[in-house]
Design a protein around this ligand. Structure first.
Ligand code: SF4
Length: 183
C-alpha cells in the first residue's frame, strides 16, 4: 500500500495496520536462529549506544560488522554498518523466551513485521499478522515506522557523505554515519 505523506499520514498508516492486523505472540521467531538471516538486526550507532547504556555491555559486545560487504573495483572491501551479535544463531539478548533489552530494542525490532519503503508499507511473514490491534497501538507503531525511516535515511546520508573518507589503500573497512573503521 502507499500512504500519501503529509497531514494524516500517520493516521492513514495506522488504519492500514489495523486493516492488516497485528499483535506480537511472543513466539520469538524473529529473535531466534531460523532459516536464512531472518533474525539479523542492523543497528545504528545511536542504537548501539542506547542498548549499551541500558544493558551495561560494551558496544563491541553488542554489535559486530554487518556480515555482508561489497568489493570495490580497486578491491577494497566495505561493510556498511553493524548488526546485533548472535550467539548460536539467536540474538544475544534473547534469553528465557524474552528480550533482555526490550525498552531499548532497535527500531527494526520495534516495528517488525512492518517496514516503510518510501511511503509503501511492507509486511513480512509473522505469526502475529491478522490479529487485532488497538487504535492506540496501531498509532504508536505507525509513529515508530516513520521515525525508523527518518533515522535510516539519516544514516544513509551520513554514510554517503563519509564514503570518500575511506582510505584508498587495500583492506577491509566498516563505514557508518560516525566514521570509517579499518577491520
Ligand atoms: S533485540 Fe530483543 S527484540 Fe530484537 S532480536 Fe534481539 S531479543 Fe529480539
Amino acid at each position: 500500500m502507499t500512504c500519501k505523506e503529509g497531514d494524516g499520514f500517520i493516521e492513514a498508516l495506522a488504519a492500514r495496520i489495523r486493516d492488516i492486523g497485528f499483535s506480537c505472540t511472543r513466539c520469538g521467531e524473529c529473535c531466534r536462529a531460523g532459516p536464512g538471516d531472518g533474525n539479523l538486526v542492523m543497528v545504528s550507532p545511536s542504537e548501539v549506544c542506547r542498548i549499551a547504556r541500558f544493558s551495561g555491555k560494551s558496544p563491541k559486545d553488542i554489535a559486530e560488522p554487518y556480515p555482508e560487504s561489497v568489493i570495490l573495483p580497486d578491491h577494497r572491501e566495505v561493510t556498511f554498518g553493524r548488526a546485533l551479535r548472535r550467539v548460536c544463531g539467536d540474538c544475544l539478548f534473547y534469553t528465557r523466551s524474552s528480550c533482555e533489552v526490550y525498552p531499548a530494542r532497535p527500531a527494526i525490532c520495534r516495528t517488525y513485521p512492518f517496514m516503510l519503503e518510501g511511503n509503501n508499507l511492507r509486511v513480512f511473514p509473522c505469526k502475529g499478522i491478522g490479529l487485532p490491534i488497538s487504535l492506540q497501538d496501531s498509532l504508536a507503531l505507525a509513529r515508530d515506522l516513520v521515525v525508523r525511516r527518518e533515522e535510516e535515511d539519516k544514516e544513509v546520508e551520513g554514510v554517503r557523505q563519509l564514503f570518500p573518507a575511506i582510505p584508498t589503500v587495500p583492506g577491509r573497512f566498516l563505514i557508518d554515519s560516525e566514521g570509517v573503521t579499518r577491520l
